[in-house]
Design a protein. Structure first.
Ligand code: ZN
Ligand code: MN
Length: 447
């Protein structure tokens, strides 16, 4: 049967390192990037016997903020659990994570094409250390750096609601924008502060609506992929592989795979462990967390404007989608643009001029404050008008439109020059160079 149609079924797991000052359960610095190996460690994050974890409030607050931004429900009772597995970069042989009572549950994201993707949960856990594989004195060795051990890590899981790769990529970009707007992570994938995993399968499409079909009886996890571009390629390659196998009646094994960029194919890493293998149980050293509704409301009230708010606001100014997405991509650029608009209330350059200077000419890179950009634009546009015929014709129009005022001026009412300048500026939308306009008016009025 070759006429069968197949549709992707994709779910995401995203780990985001929180940009807090200290680690999640001790006072060591959480800013581990490029630090001397094992220079930011203590008995707690090394998992030494007797050391006790002490919870970082900031990490909890950041996770709640993120959940609220995704319309999740915040659990007013939440706790940590031990997730057991043995690995050299995990000193305690368990990770303190959250199992059945995560900080945030539910939530959703609507794709640009209007499709709904359900967020399953967002929980908080500790990061592991890092292994380095090296050759020392001619021997192959593995070294462990514990600087990253116990850095706060937020994990978000979605339902397998993506039925196409474009939505998946757009979702991940939006997640990155949201954490950057919230200021809770750099979400820098090259440095590993945002890590992506996709679980991928294919189902036969019999035209069912969303929620009406059964999920496939297998899924393949794609892991350790550190860019949107590679993840996109890996998922596309994987979907193709599944479709070919399914068409020829093969069974696809449940496993974890990585992506080989050179070969443009995925490769098997290990077969999947079930949740039971982790022997979760409640973490006895960290007390459970309870929140009052009023505390959650306070956090909600402190949320900044999010990318979707800015998008709506900028579209409302009459900007094209292309301009809007450029200005919204980076919260610093959005802020710069809005500050420039605020300053422009005095200069009247207009939304088009300011956005154009930023989107097309990237002038915000050269003029690094909104004030200096506006100042430059005022200079540039003034020179244009002063030298052009535009000022002259605006002056001629002001004179032609106001014969009574011209007569009075000529009869000695010199103060009317202010009125004429106003008329010219109105015509020029405030872009005239006042000294040039005055000179031009005086010449014409005294003719
Ligand atoms: Zn420590
Ligand atoms: Mn995790």
């Amino acid at each position: 049967m070759t006429d069968k149609k197949y549709k992707p079924v994709i779910g995401m797991e995203v780990h985001i390192e929180l940009d807090t000052k200290t680690k999640i359960f001790c006072s060591c610095s959480a800013q581990h990037f490029a630090a001397e190996p094992n220079s930011q460690v203590c008995p707690t994050c090394m998992g030494l016997p007797g050391a006790l974890p002490y919870l970082n409030k900031e990490a909890v607050r950041d996770t709640i903020k993120f959940g609220l931004a995704l319309n999740s429900t915040i659990n007013t009772f939440s706790k940590f659990d031990r997730k057991h597995y043995a690995y050299p970069d995990l000193p305690k042989s368990y990770q303190i994570s959250q199992y059945d009572l995560p900080l945030c549950e539910g939530g959703q994201w609507i794709s640009p094409s209007g499709k709904k993707v359900r967020i399953t949960r967002v929980h908080l856990e500790e990061d592991t250390g890092k292994l380095q594989h090296k050759t020392l004195n001619g021997k192959r060795v593995s070294l462990v750096d514990f600087n990253r051990s116990s850095v706060p890590l937020m994990e978000m899981v979605t339902e397998a609601d993506f039925d196409n790769v474009d939505d998946m990529v757009e979702f991940l970009r939006e997640i990155r924008r949201i954490v950057r707007y919230l200021g809770i992570s750099t979400a820098d994938m090259e440095k590993g502060s945002m890590r992506l995993e996709a679980n991928v399968s294919m189902r036969e499409d019999k035209g069912e609506a969303m929620g009406e079909f059964e999920l496939p009886d297998y899924k393949v996890e794609l892991k350790n992929i550190n860019s949107f571009r590679f993840l996109e390629k890996a998922v596309r390659a994987e979907l193709k592989r599944h479709e070919i196998m399914l068409r020829s009646g093969e069974k696809i094994p449940q496993e974890t795979r990585g992506y080989d960029e050179a070969k443009k194919t995925t490769f098997s890493q290990r077969s999947k462990e079930g949740a039971a293998d982790y022997r979760y149980f409640p973490e006895p050293d960290v007390p459970p967390m309870r929140f009052k509704d009023s505390e959650i409301d306070t956090i909600k009230g402190s949320l900044p404007e999010l990318p979707k708010d800015k998008r709506e606001k900028f579209s409302g100014l009459g900007l094209s989608d292309e301009y809007v997405s450029f200005l919204v991509e980076d919260p610093d650029i959005a802020k710069f643009f809005e500050e420039a608009l605020e300053l422009d209330k005095k200069t009247n350059l207009g939304v088009k001029t300011i956005s154009g200077a930023m989107v097309n000419q990237k002038m915000h890179e050269e003029y690094d404050t909104p004030a200096s950009l506006v100042k430059k634009l005022v200079e540039v546009t003034k020179v244009d008008f002063a030298d052009s015929d535009v000022t002259k014709s605006a002056v001629a129009k002001a004179i032609a439109d106001n014969p009574d005022a011209v007569e009075k001026f000529k009869a000695g009412k010199g103060a009317l020059i202010g009125f004429f300048i106003g008329q010219v500026q109105k015509e020029l939308k405030g872009m005239g160079d006042v000294s040039v306009v005055r000179k031009e008016l005086m010449e014409k009025l005294e003719e």
